[in-house]
Design a protein around this ligand. Sequence first.
Ligand code: GLY
Ligand code: MN
Ligand code: MN
Length: 436
Amino acid sequence: MDIFRARRDRLIDAMMAAGGGIAVIPTAPERERNGGNFFPYRADSQFFYLCGFCEPQAVLVIQADESPRQILFCRAKNEAQEIWTGHRHGPNAAAERFCFDAAYPIEELDKKLPGLLANQPALWTSLAADSEWDRRVLGAIREARSTARAENAAPSAVREISAVLDEMRLIKDESELATMCRAAEITAAAHCRAMRATRPNRFEYEIEAELLHAFRAAGSQFPAYPSIVASGPNACVLHYVDNDRQMLNGELLLIDAGCELDGYAADITRTFPVNGRFSGPQRDLYQLVLTANLAAQSKVRPGNDCNAPHEAAVAVLTQGFIDLGLLKGATQDLIETESYRRFYMHRTSHWLGLDVHDAGSYKIRGAWRPFVPGMTLTIEPGCYIRPTDDVPEAFWNIGIRIEDDALVTPDGCEILTGGAPREIEEIEEMMQGQDG
Ligand code: GLY
Ligand code: MN
Ligand code: MN
């Protein structure tokens, strides 16, 4: 059975259980960068999850009623255009290859939509994500209403498709896990390459180039997000992406970079000394963040709620900040008042999958949701110390994050990113083999 068709079947079941209706799910629009040049195209994650179809200008329609139908609207064949922009399946070949019940040229969508909406109790779609799409959907409803006869009612509800799709996407199937493991492996190898290429006086962008080379040479289509290659003080800028500074002897380099493979993201951060050897204060803080990472990891298992890793990381980090003279007070008070946020201001985990910050809620009716086997998430504690008078100067400008990707298993979790070293001795050993 085609995995994408099987997912659409499951979506139909979930929609039927919630009253049925018709789902209309567009892929991502193409975006012009300038003067007829376009940003590299990437399909919408929801659409891709259900279709596996990567061409732009496509819309999935799913009819969830007593006679369910799965319909694709896509670009028609056009040999003249294909000379310029490459192969298009066209509706006939796409229907066969991607297991749809029917397929039509995309130009027919607006004409056919009001008829497809007729007598459906609800229209399910993505709301408020793209104003152009919102306008189009409302137009179709208006049209369906205006042509409604007594026997031909327009949908009386518009419903958010993410409510059912995000729950499906949260638990990865075998095919997704195989791709994610490979994305993690490629990314770990890229981080190793970056470690070996780093030395004093090189520029951050030279190391970024090593990462990009490793990603693409292994078959990844894109970086999953802009790579952060942050040396010295730049490591304390959480979303630093300029990557244009010269790295100096004695500094740390923080790299947060992951590849996207066949739609799926990896997300790894490693922090290591530019000269291959941790100084005393760097070592102390690094070991603290590593201990927080391991404490968080130990909480990723079914039965625990998904905030447990964050609580574990915060407890370790807060105690460490006190022990190192960065914070003063009682551990529990500093946790309750969130005083640790001065040095650790982000959360410890996010879901990972087609999106680097993947679909799926973290709470259900206000309570943290429990871990379930098949969920995938990051574990990424850190500490970021900006220069201020009340902090020992030895710690100024140290930014450290250690980020791994984990799969929840029946009795704990599996770390997918172990190929990138994170113990101090392992890192120093790998950097002994610095290139050149
Ligand atoms: N690289 C994005 C993140 O760590 O969340
Ligand atoms: Mn992350
Ligand atoms: Mn990251």
